[in-house]
Every structure is written in C-alpha cells, then in structure tokens.
Write a protein that binds this ligand. Structure first.
Ligand SMILES: [Fe+2]
Ligand SMILES: [Fe+2]
Length: 153
C-alpha cells in the first residue's frame, strides 16, 4: 500500500520517524475519505488536517537543521516548499472540482511517491549528518508527535 510505513523508510531518528508515520497516516485518512465518498466537506477537513501536519513537520525538521548547522538546509527547505505547494494545489483543486475522487487519488499517489523518496534520501542524509556530528536528531524534547496543542486549531 502506498501510504503504508515500511521499516526501510526509517531515518534512524525516533522523533522524525514518528512524525513521518503520522504524516502517512493523515495521507491515508484523506485517501480513504476520498475513496469512500465521505463528502466534500469531510474530505476538505481531512485535507486541512494533513496540510497542518505537513507544515508543522517541515518547520520542525528545518528548525532541527538550523540548530544543527546543517549545510544542506537551503536545498532541503526548497524541497519542502515544493511539496507544500502541491498540498495547496490539491486543496484548491478540491475547492474547484468538489468531490473528484479520481483527481484526489492521482495527486495523493504522486505525493506518496514524493514522500517516500524524500524520507529515503534527503531526510536520511540529514539524520546521517546529525549522527556524524554527534547529535541525536530528537530535538530539544519538544519535537515529537503532533503539532502544538492537539492539531485541531
Ligand atoms: Fe524533509
Ligand atoms: Fe521529513
């Protein structure tokens, strides 16, 4: 399954991997919502929920990079921005087209491929850098699990 977590995606950072699993879970919720025709409003809510988490995860990762003095920060951040724009594009397509399951499934399929390759390459490179420089990649204790609060704001 596209949205399924595989151990080979693990970066070696407990905190980052936990966020990646949660991110895939939210993509999966959206995919299931679209396929089961839960209605435009519910799909829109799941999209918003995913968008919120994507933004939060990227910011958290970028914060870790800055703290660690990661030399690949800028190019990694650009990749995050590209993906986030894709989430926004999906959201506006959904507003324009309403419940277009085929469109949503196609965009999500491409997103999953992107995420898998991003986790496997760029995120792993970053975590390897942390390990090589004696840092653990688990942040300062505040970067684990979910967006501040309950993620519902
Ligand atoms: Fe990343
Ligand atoms: Fe990531």
């Amino acid at each position: 399954m596209l949205t399924q977590w595989h151990e080979d995606m693990a970066t070696g950072s407990e905190a980052v991997d936990k966020q990646h699993r949660e991110l895939l879970r939210r993509v999966d919720d959206l995919l299931k919502g679209a396929k089961s025709r839960k209605g435009a409003e519910e799909v829109g809510r799941l999209m918003w929920f995913l968008k919120k988490y994507v933004r939060w995860h990227f910011r958290d990762e970028e914060k870790l990079m800055l703290e660690a003095g990661y030399p690949g920060y800028q190019s990694h951040k650009v990749q995050h921005e590209i993906f986030f724009r894709e989430v926004l594009r999906l959201e506006s397509l959904h507003v324009e087209q309403g419940d277009n399951t085929l469109m949503i499934v196609a965009v999500i399929t491409a997103m999953c491929e992107w995420l898998r390759s991003h986790f496997n390459k760029l995120d792993k490179e970053f975590i390897d850098f942390l390990k090589d420089t004696g840092q653990n990649g688990n942040g300062n204790g505040g970067s684990c699990g979910s967006p501040e609060g309950n993620g519902e704001q």
